[in-house]
Design a protein around this ligand. Structure first.
Ligand code: 13P
Ligand code: SF4
Length: 363
């Protein structure tokens, strides 16, 4: 579904006018509405969120609020899809701007993953492969995973989910983020070279050999996050040189060498907790999206907190949720009109739910 242009009457509002109208709509919609905000949302949006969270927490929150008739999901498309799958049929999930996608999720299509599975079936027993999809993927891929005995994971629970998968099968196929897959498997004691291969969906047979498929335990998909791909070990070396005692904390979507050079790694929620709970005077170099890092710095003036990448790196799709879009969907709700509803078709939702439920049970 494409995003329709907003009425000019909304796009010409200045921030103070937009805020005043959002506040009025928020009051009228009362408990019928729940607004969820991912940590990468800009401040002008996050201030309206009833709850903020990482992908896991927001999926759990969506599932825990059946009283809300409508959930406005300030995040990206795959998150709104997961919320729709986990909520009841009477609830509507709205994404304020339909063009807020995720470039990583776009790196694995159902067609490509199905083709990979068929290729693998020619050389190995796929009933012994457990497919794991990072939650940053379409509902259709979650459905594929659900149908094939696998589970979803987020950056918060990837370790538990991968451990679960390795106990259930001989191998796992992890998509779309090669880095989260590799970092997690290495943290569980597997070797990045000897135990893993990288499947490139744009090459015949993934660019690997049948022998490699049979030999390796972890089959990683060649996808990545363009924001976290910007972090590198030179930035970490520079931070350590410039700031004595600095702690480096990064998101596990960063490449393996970056995660290994950092002191800590974890989901957005984990990063926030570690930094917030550190003593006054602590110095943190953070390898994740800039809206989160800037907010942490503002909220903890007693600490030095900065982004590892000097050329700041916003997630351009998260940024597409602008207050004008939030106002537009809210005022439509006031008129009794649901715009931008994210609705996963029932057949896909049923299988995708299997993958999400398994993940939530393992978390
Ligand atoms: P979190 O689950 O850590 O919030 O990550 C989501 C995401 O898209 C990170 O790029
Ligand atoms: Fe997707 Fe990366 Fe943006 Fe997260 S930060 S939503 S993985 S593009």
């Amino acid at each position: 579904m494409l995003q329709q242009p907003l009425p000019a009457e909304i796009t010409r509002l200045i921030p103070a006018e937009t805020d005043a109208r959002i506040a009025t709509a928020r009051k009228s919609l009362a408990d019928d509405l729940l607004i969820l905000g991912h940590h990468y949302q800009r401040d002008e949006i996050i201030k309206w969120a009833d709850f903020r969270g990482d992908s896991l927490k927001l999926s759990q929150l969506a599932a825990e609020h059946p009283e809300a008739k409508t959930i406005i999901f300030c995040g990206v498309h795959f998150m709104a899809e997961s919320a729709d799958i986990l909520t009841t049929a009477n609830q509507a999930v709205i994404l304020p701007n339909m063009s807020a996608g995720c470039s990583m999720a776009d790196m694995a299509s159902s067609r490509q993953v199905e083709a990979c599975w068929e290729d693998l079936a020619e050389v190995t027993d796929t009933s012994r492969i457990v497919p794991i999809t990072y939650v940053n993927s379409t509902a259709a891929l979650k459905a594929f995973v659900g149908r094939n005995g696998g589970a979803s994971c987020t950056s918060s629970n990837a370790k538990k989910v991968v451990e679960w998968a390795l106990e259930r099968g001989d191998k796992l196929l992890f998509f779309p983020d090669q880095h989260l897959g590799r970092n997690t498997a290495v943290a569980l004691g597997l070797d990045a070279d000897n135990d893993m291969l990288l499947w490139d969906p744009y090459k015949p047979f993934g660019g690997v050999t049948p022998k490699e498929v049979r030999a390796k335990r972890v089959l990683l998909w060649k996808g990545h996050c363009s924001v976290h791909g910007r972090f590198n070990v030179d930035q970490i070396a520079k931070a350590r040189q410039d700031y004595t005692g600095v702690k480096v904390i990064v998101h596990p979507e960063c490449p393996l060498d970056v995660v290994q050079a950092a002191d800590l790694n974890g989901s957005t929620e984990y990063i926030i907790k570690a930094v917030s709970e550190s003593p006054a005077g602590s110095v943190w170099a953070v390898g994740t999206e800039i809206n989160l890092v800037s907010r942490l710095a503002q909220e903890h003036p007693d600490k030095t907190i900065f982004c590892l990448d000097p050329v700041v790196c916003p997630c351009s799709t998260m940024y597409r949720i602008h207050p004008h879009y939030l106002l537009w969907v809210m005022e439509n709700l006031l008129d009794g009109v649901v715009v931008n509803q994210v609705k996963v078709p029932p057949a896909i939702a049923a299988d995708a739910r299997l993958a999400l439920d398994r993940m939530l049970a393992i978390s």
